[in-house]
Design a protein around this ligand. Sequence first.
Ligand code: FES
Length: 202
Amino acid sequence: MRKVGSLTDEIFENYVGGHFFMRGPYGNGFDVDMFKGKEIVLVTGGSGLSPVHGVIDYFADHMNECKSLTVISGFKSPADILFKEDLKRWIADGMNFICTVDKAPEEGDYDGHVGLVTQYIPELPLKDFDNAIAVVVGPPMMIKFSIQELIKLGFDEEKIWLSESRKMCCGLGKCGHCRIGKVYVCQDGPVFKYTELRTLID
Ligand code: FES
């Protein structure tokens, strides 16, 4: 959970150690069946790693069910890296996991990757684009430039998926807060094919 607005401010300030009731999630999600037998590429920015955590965990335990799995995850700084323990486990299991930070810290002993996720996309070791699938989750600019790089590399636009993150209010398709054109992200998404969203005007 990130502290990003009035609701999460309240939770961080007044509910630490306490309990609260959360309803949801609503809408769709990532179905692991759509990744099976494929060369999978997941590109995430910041908390965008969270929505694909389950997919990574599944294939970490069932690597024989996909052709390959590469994850490129970007964070602002080493302190912002999520799921550090899982990450060690995924890498130890032999997954090609590139964890990168925007800028190396001036102090400390960080010796990992540095730079934006987009700079690692051209180096992806993909062999079979007909059988490849990519998922991009993160801030809008990161999504935009990551998709450009994936297409430049040879990805079919139909095989790129995104998870949209919007400010939700009702979560039930009533208030319109999450609407992009005719699409209600809370009900129709948040997972969409890139080709479903690319022409919609926000
Ligand atoms: S959050 Fe209210 S319509 Fe989607």
